[in-house]
Design a protein around this ligand. Structure first.
Ligand code: ADP
Length: 407
């Protein structure tokens, strides 16, 4: 069962050809700089020779004006390497769509009407949904022979109660403009929730967790009975934790203050909060590896950046434990969560009184594990897990489920 998983950005297109049963990625690639003269298609395939498998790389540079041309270039790359025909049958295409708002809470078979609804949601996700629409239309033109399924980043959080998703603002305005908290990274929070349940040996509908997706973007999620009941991102992916370049929580009055006293425009403040804040704004680096390197040299800004980053996560962790009332585990995932023992150590330090205690050595050794790792001492009531996320595999499985439900 092969699924082509597609993630369309404004000037890029990422894809993977996934076998949903074995979880083998047969091919993966990236089209970059769509719309420029020197677009780059990087296509990697997995070549089987006996028991071993290796990735082979094929890079082409050519002008690719739009997403339709990008999909065509991907088809050509597949034709050159021929792996679809060799390894199985393409059963569908799964699309990552960032904003499904209150319209989509399940993976959805894409029809022209569904595309219209995703287009209607563009005001809520002006950076993301236009690319999703372009990606859907182009992919459906390129692969009309199979069903296409939209998998929404917001869907897992559709189970949040009104108390968690409602902003305390004028509700007439909120209703008119669909202003509420939606949450993102849902595919990842859902995937690691199921994995954590496996590790804990409990049915997924009986696990209570705080999941921490710490990548370039970052969000926390409180999971009760396997369902999201609260998450740190809101109307947009700006709210919540400190991220690579995004501020996360601020006093919203800061926005008006900058406009009235610093003479900045709304667009300038928006760009500052989304692109030049977070770790980058604090110390000039958005990659935590660089931030650690600076801090090791005694750079005070980098040390402060780490403190602010960790403090915010701890604040959410405490809040979410209170929201849940109990928890089986705290789950670390994504680039930082899977690879950075120092951040993990600081996030769960001095929480023994609430039942969190990790093995320092096991934590230090755990960097980019292929499978989940339990860092806690045997006696600790709340486990601390590192669970590698796999959003593409999750999207491929949801795609197959949606196609099966159709037939
Ligand atoms: P994205 O949100 O772009 O999918 P990832 O989940 O891949 O991001 O996370 C990327 C981030 O993970 C990098 O910006 C970096 O800060 C962090 N990261 C990756 N590897 C390491 C590492 N070995 N140690 C610390 N941080 C890492």
């Amino acid at each position: 069962m092969l699924v082509l998983v597609v993630n369309a950005g404004s000037s890029s297109l990422k894809y993977q050809l996934v076998d949903t049963e074995s979880a083998v990625v047969w091919a993966a690639g990236l089209v970059e700089r769509i719309g420029e003269d020197e677009s780059v298609v990087t296509h990697r395939t997995r070549i089987r020779s006996g028991e071993s498998a290796e990735m082979q790389r094929d890079v082409r540079v050519a002008p690719i004006p739009d997403h339709a041309a990008a999909f065509h270039a991907v088809t050509e790359a597949f034709a050159r390497t021929g792996e679809v025909a060799e390894v199985g049958e393409l059963v569908g295409v799964g699309h990552r769509v960032v904003q499904g708002a209150d319209q989509f809470s399940e993976p959805t078979i894409v029809t022209p009407e569904v595309i219209d609804v995703i287009r209607d949601l563009i005001p809520l996700a002006p950076l993301h949904n236009p690319a999703a629409v372009a990606g859907l239309e182009s992919a459906m033109a390129e692969h009309p022979e199979v069903p296409h399924v939209a998998v929404f980043d917001t869907a897992f959080h559709a189970t949040m109660p009104a108390a968690a998703y409602t902003y305390a603002i004028d509700q007439a305005v909120a209703r008119e403009h669909r202003i509420r908290r939606y949450g993102f990274h849902g595919t990842s929070h859902k995937y690691v929730t199921a994995k954590a349940a496996e590790v804990l040996g409990k049915p997924v509908d009986q696990v209570d967790l705080v999941t921490l997706h710490l990548g370039n973007g970052a969000s926390a999620c409180a999971v009760r009975g396997g369902r999201s009941v609260e998450t740190s991102m809101g109307l947009t992916p700006l709210e919540g934790l400190v991220m690579g370049t995004r501020s996360g929580d601020i006093d919203p009055a800061l926005f008006f203050h900058l406009i009235t006293t610093a003479g900045m425009t709304a667009d300038e403040v928006d760009a500052m909060l989304n692109k030049r804040s977070g770790l980058l704004g604090l110390c000039g680096q958005n990659d935590l590896r660089e931030v650690h390197a600076l801090a090791a040299e005694g750079d005070a800004d980098a040390e402060l950046a780490l403190s602010v980053y960790v403090h915010r996560i701890r604040k959410y962790l405490g809040a979410y434990l209170a929201v849940l009332g109990r928890a089986d585990a705290i789950v670390f995932t994504a680039g930082v969560g899977e690879n950075d023992p120092e951040i993990r150590r600081r996030v769960v330090a001095r929480l023994e009184m609430i039942g969190v205690a990790i093995d320092a050595e096991r934590n230090a050794e755990t960097r980019g594990p292929a499978a989940p790792v339990d860092l806690s001492f045997r006696s600790a009531p709340i486990r601390v897990l590192v669970v590698p996320t796999n959003e593409e595999l999750e999207i491929s499985r949801q795609t197959v489920d949606a196609i099966r439900a159709l037939s």
